[in-house]
Design a protein around this ligand. Structure first.
Ligand SMILES: [Zn+2]
Ligand SMILES: [Zn+2]
Length: 263
């Protein structure tokens, strides 16, 4: 499958909206082009009927079950607070120095082919992939008692350069599907910082300090922050801290992909 996905990633014409629509209507898998057998697999007793039951609508994702099975799903046995590997319990680091956010839910691990798809989405402006990520996040997330969904804010200058906020596009799909409130105005990024990806952990924390401003009172509110990739969590932590200072009582992180530290 890896070869097929590489081919798919190289063929940019396959990544535009018309290709997705074609794939959906033809019922072919977006990743490997295999014919989708959605109805057969959804029939009780079919060998695949119990697998990935939450993804029973291949029309949404236009990906076949073998491809879905091969994606690097974020394991359920992760630390509920930071999303790192921990056997499903709070990890040592969250016990000894808890982050400012209360929970982390990720859809994937930041590994192949999700990393390549994410790069294509962000730097190739492939908004179709943003919609697909939003659908995956909607299926993987249960929003319990969340008052509003906040996309990670982007500095106006960076927004001008990129043309869109990748977190906002994902949050729009999630909000629509979960019938929650999208709030992309209460938080602002007030400092233009070097990209976090270029910095080591300590510098990331320093780089992001004081970067956000929350202009609304969030007293007693429970919010979910949406972001594309969580690496050290420094940006999410700083934003969570800013929301807590504005009165929020619960802040959780909803991310498409979680990076695991190199072992
Ligand atoms: Zn496939
Ligand atoms: Zn943890």
């Amino acid at each position: 499958m890896k070869q097929l996905i590489n081919k798919w990633l190289k063929n940019s014409h396959m990544l535009n909206l018309s290709y997705l629509k074609e794939a959906v209507f033809k019922q072919n898998c977006l990743l490997c082009e295999a014919k989708l057998h959605a109805l057969a697999a959804n029939t009780p007793g079919h060998p695949l009927s119990n697998s990935l039951h939450e993804f029973d609508s291949p029309c949404i994702h236009a990906a076949c079950r073998p491809c879905l099975n091969d994606l690097p799903w974020h394991p359920k046995t992760s630390c509920p607070q930071c999303g790192l590997t921990s056997g499903g319990k709070l990890c040592g680091s969250c016990i000894s120095s808890p982050p400012d956010f209360d929970a982390t839910r990720a859809v994937f691990l930041y590994q192949f082919p999700i990393d390549a798809m994410m790069q294509r989405y962000k730097y190739g402006s492939n908004l179709t992939l943003g919609d697909a990520f939003g659908e995956f996040l909607s299926k993987k997330t249960t929003l319990e008692n969340i008052d509003s969904i906040i996309p990670m804010p982007m500095h106006p200058q960076r927004l001008k350069e990129r043309g869109f906020n990748q977190a906002l596009e994902i949050a729009k799909v999630l909000t629509k599907n979960c019938k929650n409130k999208l709030d992309f105005k209460s938080a602002e990024r007030q400092t233009l910082t070097p990209p976090q990806a270029s910095l080591p952990l300590k510098k990331r924390v320093k780089n992001i300090k004081g970067a956000f401003k929350v202009n609304t009172n969030f007293a007693g509110k429970r919010i979910a922050i949406v972001d594309d990739v969580m690496t050290t969590g420094a940006s999410l932590n700083e934003l969570a801290k800013t929301f807590k200072e504005a009165g929020a009582t619960h802040v959780e992180c909803l991310v498409i992909a979680r990076t695991l530290p190199h072992t």
